[in-house]
Design a protein around this ligand. Structure first.
Ligand code: GMT
Length: 376
């Protein structure tokens, strides 16, 4: 099939899922066209089946805000027309689903029919999308999509609770290419570069937004390192990074916590990790946790949103109430202090990700594309 993928090209989970999906579809023989304002960060190869079309914004002094939706929908029309695309798969409702609807209507005027699949990722529903500023347009564009998917049952429930949705919503979990992580484990893991053999390694990966509670990560680690010789790797960047760095200084943990910045090769960092910390206020799925599990890492997280669908309490890690730093530290210590327990959790985590394998999820998206395009 000929598929257009619209996403944020950054380190956020929705962009990562969209990019991995596009690359996997191209590998399977589909023609894929990414349409966004920058080359997606995880897009690591091009082929005759994988294309990138940049949405260029024209600066004009009159505009306090550049009208990205206009540029995006115009680009979608151009690419659909030129490459005869059958489906536009937009990731993250704002503003992608809205721009896709406009593109579809403009194309209809030219006698061209393209189907729109919208995947909701989390904050486009739970934090930003349901805000009165955006709600009307988000609800409209979800209802006007040909197919709507969410990345967890929890996000589907949130969407139905927060919006007046007339469309059927299909749940398609985020997925992972387990082989990439297995390879990193075998060939590229030089743990000794970061920690002494007797030290355990804890990791956090995020965009350091307030919802990720990066200060709770530091507080949990502060408690853990008092009982377990350990290091903490903080991967990513964002508005809360400075606060987290200040808290590290306050606790006197500068030699135990490493801030590594953004990385598009998280598998090479996660392969060092024993425990992954994700104390988020909300998380529609928690792709970062799934990536950690693929690298055989136990997960300590909150029980919010879709996290219980990914992290199984007492098996792949532990779930705690949001903000309960003591409980999360206690659980991390329980896993880390006993080598046999740690090995069991690591093995369970690696086993559990099979449910979310690329091989399982890719055909589900292909089926969705096919089913909506046959109604042409
Ligand atoms: O985690 C973020 O803040 C980024 C955000 C995004 O849309 O890029 O992530 C959301 O989508 C991911 C991929 O589906 C999910 O794994 C994350 O749980 C979700 N984030 C939140 O719900 C906070």
């Amino acid at each position: 099939m000929r598929i257009g993928i619209v996403c944020y090209p950054t380190f956020g989970g929705s962009g990562v899922v969209a990019t991995e999906l596009g690359m996997a579809l191209a590998n399977k023989g589909h023609e894929v066209h990414f349409i966004t304002y920058n080359q997606p960060v995880r897009l690591d190869f091009f082929s005759h089946r994988l294309h990138f079309h940049e949405v260029v914004l024209e600066e004009y002094p009159l505009f306090q805000y550049q009208p990205y939706e206009l540029a995006l929908s115009s680009k979608m029309v151009e690419v659909v027309e030129k490459y005869n695309l059958e489906v536009l798969h937009v990731h993250y409702a704002i503003p992608h689903a809205y721009a896709a609807y406009m593109a579809k209507k403009m194309l209809e005027d030219k006698g061209i029919n393209v189907k729109v699949v919208t995947t909701l990722h989390g904050t486009d529903i739970t934090l930003v999308g349901s805000h009165p500023t955006y709600k009307t347009a988000v609800e409209f564009s979800i209802n006007k999509s040909d197919e709507v998917t969410t990345v967890s049952n929890s996000l589907k429930e949130d969407t139905l609770r927060l919006f007046n949705i007339e469309k059927d919503i299909k749940v398609v979990y985020n997925f992972i290419d387990g082989e990439k992580y297995a390879k990193a484990h075998q060939t590229e893991c030089k743990r000794i570069a970061l920690a002494k053999p007797e030290e355990k390694i804890l990791t956090h990966v995020s965009n350091f937004r307030p919802v990720k509670r990066t200060n709770d990560v530091i507080r949990i680690f502060n408690k853990v390192q008092k009982e377990i010789p350990s290091k903490l790797l903080m991967v990513g960047d964002g508005p809360e990074r400075l606060n987290a760095e200040n808290l590290v200084k306050e606790f006197g943990l500068e030699d135990r916590v490493l801030f590594l910045g953004n990385s598009n090769e998280v598998e090479k960092i996660l392969c060092y990790s024993d425990v992954f910390l994700l104390p988020s206020e909300t998380e529609s799925f928690g792709l970062a946790a799934l990536e950690a599990m693929a690298a055989s890492t136990a997960v300590i997280s909150t029980n919010r949103g879709g996290l219980p669908e990914v992290n199984i309490h007492g098996k792949t890690g532990y779930l705690s109430e949001f903000g309960d730093v003591d409980d999360m530290a206690k659980n991390a210590i329980a896993i880390l202090k006993d080598e046999a327990v740690l090995e069991r959790f690591k093995k369970n985590a690696k086993e559990h990700i099979k449910l979310f394998s690329l091989q399982n999820i890719l055909p589900v998206y292909e089926e969705i594309y096919k089913s909506c395009s046959v109604t042409v």
